[in-house]
Design a protein around this ligand. Sequence first.
Ligand code: ADP
Ligand code: MG
Length: 399
Amino acid sequence: MDIHEYQAKEILSKFGVEVPVGALAYSPEQAAYRAREMGGEKWIVKAQVHAGGRGKAGGVKLCDCDSAIQQACEGMFGQKLVTHQTGPAGKGIYRVYVEAAVAIDREIYLGFVLDRSSQRVMIVASAEGGMEIEDISASKPESIVRSTVEPAVGLREFQAREIAFALGIEPALVQQMVRTLQGCYRAFLELDATMVEINPLVVTADKRILALDAKMTFDDNALFRHPQISELRDKSQEDQRESRAADRGLSYVGLDGNIGCIVNGAGLAMATMDTIKLAGGEPANFLDIGGGATPDRVAKAFRLVMSDSNVQAILVNIFAGINRCDWVAEGVVQALRDNPVEVPVIVRLSGTNVKEGQKILAKSGLPIIRATTLMEAAERVVSAWKSDLNQNTSLRAAK
Ligand code: ADP
Ligand code: MG
């Protein structure tokens, strides 16, 4: 789960990371009021969306008066911000953060990630701040400092000092840098984060170390331990299809193709998508309905897949181990009776009680296309989609 910049800053500041003064606003008027309250002469108005690259996309504006703040906000509220991280649809702006503008002496990149190969938290830093880490590693890979933390002892001062020296932090600021690094590490660990990124971390002209941006991602499977973090979830920033699915306990990822997939098991769902591509089609989604695959879940899955208007054919691929094919077949039949779909439906069942399952599908009188192997199922769904497409095109031509 991702959170907003202002939320990450609030969390990190509790762990000793210094941030500029700032306040949240839900309207242009409130933003201007917040700036007056804060005092100062220059402010940065920052669109709060779950994505980086806002600066280049017009989501970060420097303002020097009330009306400039209001104007910057008018251009943000209710708009979609498209950055290189949001995808072409962009993300809606419903909150802005107003922050004191600080005079920057130098910018540093700082990230904490989970490094799977060393099974450690890895600190990634670079003196080339202000750029995305991907760009730094492409253009100045030698500037990147990497350091993994031994979990038994945590991030010790000497290790944090070494990182500070490698970044060329001046001696008077090393202790502050150590506090920042240790604060981020503790926040990462104690809150079950999977990523903490401060880009840029800056040395200000008046010699302070401040986090000007902050991004945190949390492990979904650990959220139950952190109700105060789960509360920060902002559904307006998520793919609507995915958050609806998550609410129903289904694991769904929307894609750009047109063949809807309903599968039990994540591995089988991946294999199904691969096989559809091999057969010349494009999957519209990844969907794992879980091992249970009860009639109710199958019905929910059909509704979810069909809510994507790009879907022009559906492949149901169920492997019944603990489950039973006859039960799943009942579910498919019931779902299609309750909510008839207008696109071809291909069902491949395998495993326990497969014969009984096939019989139920055959007897239902519904236009379900059956398949035995996965390859056959993928070929059939692709050819059903293509012939449906041709038919529809010729129908339109005839009209
Ligand atoms: P993003 O990474 O989404 O583009 P940032 O928060 O990093 O957004 O802001 C982009 C740039 O704007 C920063 O690299 C920094 O140079 C500048 N900036 C951000 N906040 C401030 C601030 N409070 N004072 C001065 N400059 C800022
Ligand atoms: Mg940034």
